[in-house]
Design a protein around this ligand. Sequence first.
Ligand code: NDP
Length: 313
Amino acid sequence: MAATILDGNKIASEIRAEVASEAKAMTAAGMRPGLAVVLVGHNPASEVYVRGKVKSSAEVGIYSEQHTPPETASTEELLELIAELNARDEIDGILVQLPLPAQVDAKKVLMAVDPAKDVDGFHPMNVGLLSTQRPGLVPCTPAGIIEILKRSKIPIAGQDAVVVGRSDIVGKPTAMLLLNGNATVTVCHSKTRDLPGVCRRADILVAAIGRAGMITREFVKPGATVIDVGMNQVTDRAEFDRLFTGNAKREETFRTRGSTLVGDVHPQVAEVAGAITPVPGGVGPLTIAMLMANTVRAAKLRRGGRIVELSRV
Ligand code: NDP
């Protein structure tokens, strides 16, 4: 039987509607949530992401502003900007779009963000709060993965969860959230022995690797839930054929654009999984929705109001 498709666009729009109503109530109480986005230089992909974040803020009623230091900005200049934003009461969230130019000490800049305004959840303070199950700010993509599972009524407690990928941004916080939700969690990486065998134990398999279609059906227990975080552009014809032979719609996209987006999970996995997130339209839309939720959450945590329970397991 074909897998249930977990529709990330639908879940993201539910979350945005909830955030919009929270933001409206806060604005009416004179506490409009505010987000500052720092975009250094002119990386085209970063510009697209930042446009999406600013547009989404406007849609849910969050105040947002963009800061665009030049490509040549120094670490000190960025630290000054972060200090200014930290000090402004109407700014609840500060997001520094990565990557930063090579001359900038990115770790130093990220560490300078006030943990209470760290809506990306990357600051070691928030990492520590997550691992000790205290209220804090959780990275957006992992928080979105949990929302997909919860809102799709997929149980987490007691399940065997396998996360492939151990990055600070996706793999590790996802594993921690699943552990906090009482799953039995295994984290895999490039040195893991018998990756297919380990993955086949999973009731919930999360792929956050960055390799097009690497997780094939041999990695998946029939009926498992598969969360595909990967976003890879396929431009090579042979690679395209390995992934999408016989898929007329993808063929059309590939022919007209010369590329198509694929996750870390091979499309054929949909034939064995019980439920699966598509790419595009799965985890991706949740990332910006959770950034909006985090901004409202940061505003409430910082200004002492009721805590938004979104993204808590
Ligand atoms: P990183 O490159 O930081 O981490 C990749 C992880 O995968 C590493 O832990 C690495 O292991 C592991 N890995 C690489 N090759 C293998 C292999 N052959 N076998 C087992 N493990 C392997 O990537 P990110 O975590 O930042 O991103 C992962 C993917 O998710 C990317 O495709 C990215 O584009 C996408 N992404 C999507 C988002 C969304 O909104 N949908 C948001 C963020 C990321 P090791 O540590 O040993 O090197």
